[in-house]
Design a protein around this ligand. Structure first.
Ligand code: ZN
Length: 116
């Protein structure tokens, strides 16, 4: 698994949430440099920030996925970050009422846990 694969999958998933546009930027007037990702939707904008571009994109996606409803199984959705984002192995408190979305190396995409 590479950071680039995860980043590409993250951008793809942001697009699948209905984003019409994605802007990225950074603030180098503060140290360490902070990254910002902003998605535009028909009804406004959503942002994520972090200390790297992959982290900012992932935080944006978390805000879009967490607490949503899975279009496949209709459970509440949550996003589980891979090691490339967090720096440590993924873990989450699983609930039978939750559909966990995460990066899958076999398809190099972010997929819901209810799908094969
Ligand atoms: Zn599901």
């Amino acid at each position: 698994m590479s950071e680039i694969d995860v980043q590409t999958a993250t951008v793809d998933m942001i697009g699948r949430t209905g984003a019409k546009n994605l802007q990225i930027g950074y603030l180098d007037e503060i140290k360490p440099t902070a990254w910002v990702a902003m998605a535009t939707f028909d009804r406004g904008h959503k942002t994520g920030s972090g200390l790297s571009l992959p982290e900012a994109l992932w935080v944006l996606l978390e805000g879009l996925v967490d607490g949503g409803v899975c279009q496949h199984c209709h459970k509440v959705t949550t996003l589980l970050a891979p090691t490339e984002i967090t720096g440590h192995p993924a873990s989450v408190a699983l609930s039978a009422a939750t559909c966990v979305y995460t990066y899958r190396e076999d398809v190099k995409a972010i997929r819901p846990g209810c799908q094969p």
